[in-house]
Design a protein. Structure first.
Length: 422
């Protein structure tokens, strides 16, 4: 009897794998047949168009949309504080691409642009004082800080500037442990695990245990990614740190934090059957299963990074399951969904970053036709005068439309990471 059950289980598992494999082949071949090629020249045209329209070349931060002449502040034309690091990621990816293509002129240009973007944001956002919580040019939500933790660590890995690593570790510590100056106790829930989204405690005496306070995917999985970026970049010989608030930690300590938060996220925010990632959970209530591309993306990235560090197959299986859900269930006609809300157009740029990890670092090339189809579709529907794209990749962008930088970032972000048909 047990043998029969085991055989049936194996057959069901193998049948499921076969069905998914065949679905992938049919879908990707179909997309590949539809998608025209694009060239490296198109990639540069797309990225240069994006910068020409959205970069404030006096301040070197990005503007909210094409109607603003300058990026003054949060209320007057400056793109959201948490989205600016995605634009810095794009500049660093442009630098990598230029280096890969032996394009020395662009390599120098984008190395310089990367530094200017850092300096511009440092000047705009309180000198990266993560304890300044004014809501105009400061820090007031945990995930806003953690997105910067990630990109600062990446910049250190690419350019080797110690200031980037110091700021990355300072921002991670700020999120995890809180701030005496601000009066919050940190995002990490010592009692029940996971990461809160808003400052803790929030107008109630008992810290970190309110049923109404959310633990969002957008802080939990970026925290895993941030910890893994620091794990990869801090000195190998740094000893474990002891005490209260730890500004700097060892490789092992960052890895342990990543594993802990990831495990909490899988248990509370991940559907192990379908691969969907919940938006949030409040207390012990049922998760909010509204899905967003950027939450799928950071879960994919967190899974891929842990797989690379540990070799554990379950991490990779989770990444693939989440990617399959995004491609199969969230992308009708093979086109990534567009959410027409505040700052939500940035989701594709985030997805691009983490799909590159899955495709290139984890050998999952089956997603390339899907990604190239989205690029080809969006690029074909661009405003050919300004060379910018909209967020609805399957609809033409008109020349007189006001376009936000978030929506316009998706196609060039994808292009910089996936070379296409040249």
């Amino acid at each position: 009897m047990n043998v029969c059950i085991e055989i049936n289980t194996r057959m069901n598992r193998n049948m499921k794998k076969t069905i998914l494999f065949l679905w992938g082949i049919v879908t990707m071949l179909s997309l590949d047949a539809k998608a025209p090629s694009y060239t490296v020249a198109d990639i540069w045209k797309a990225y240069e168009g994006f910068n020409r329209v959205f970069l404030d070349s006096q301040k070197y931060i990005y503007r909210t949309d094409s109607s603003f002449p300058h990026a003054v502040d949060r209320w007057n034309g400056a793109a959201a504080i948490w989205c600016q690091p995605m634009y810095w990621d794009m500049a660093m990816n442009a630098y990598r691409l230029a280096r890969q293509q032996n394009d020395r002129k662009r390599e120098r240009e984008y190395a310089a642009l990367s530094r200017k973007i850092f300096e511009g944001n440092k000047a705009q956002y309180c000198g990266f004082d993560f304890h300044d919580n004014n809501e105009n040019t400061g820090w007031f939500i945990y995930d806003d800080i953690q997105w910067w933790t990630i990109t600062l660590a990446r910049a250190y890995a690419l350019f080797g500037d110690k200031e980037y690593l110091e700021l990355s570790e300072a921002s991670f510590s700020r999120v995890w442990y809180g701030s005496e100056r601000v009066g919050d106790t940190g995002s990490y829930d010592e009692k029940k695990g996971g990461m809160f989204w808003q400052w803790q405690p929030i107008q109630h005496p008992a810290p970190n245990d309110s049923e109404r306070d959310g633990k969002m995917a957008c802080i939990n999985f970026p925290t895993v990614v941030a910890a893994m970026e620091l794990y990869a970049n801090v000195p190998a010989d740094r000893a474990d740190q002891r005490g209260g608030v730890l500004r700097c930690q060892s490789k092992g300590q960052y890895l342990q934090k990543a594993k802990e938060i990831y495990a909490w996220g899988v248990d509370h925010l991940f559907d192990k059957k379908t691969g969907r990632v919940a938006d949030s959970q409040h207390g012990e209530h049922e998760p909010n299963w509204k899905v967003h591309v950027y939450n799928q993306a950071t879960f994919i990235g967190a899974s891929a990074m842990l797989y690379k560090a540990t070799g554990r197959r379950d991490y990779l299986d989770n990444a693939v399951l989440a990617a399959d859900y995004t491609v199969r269930d969230m992308s009708p006609e093979g086109v990534l969904p567009f959410e027409n809300g505040i700052e939500q157009g940035i989701y594709t740029a985030i997805f691009a970053q983490y799909m590159a990890l899955l495709v290139y670092d984890c050998g999952q090339s089956q997603y390339i036709p899907f990604l190239e189809h989205n690029i080809a579709c969006g690029w074909a529907n661009r405003d050919k005068t300004r060379d910018i794209c909209g967020g609805k990749y399957d609809e033409p962008l008109q020349g007189d439309e006001v376009v936000d930088s978030y929506s316009a970032s998706g196609i060039p972000a994808l292009m910089l990471l996936f070379l296409g048909g040249e």
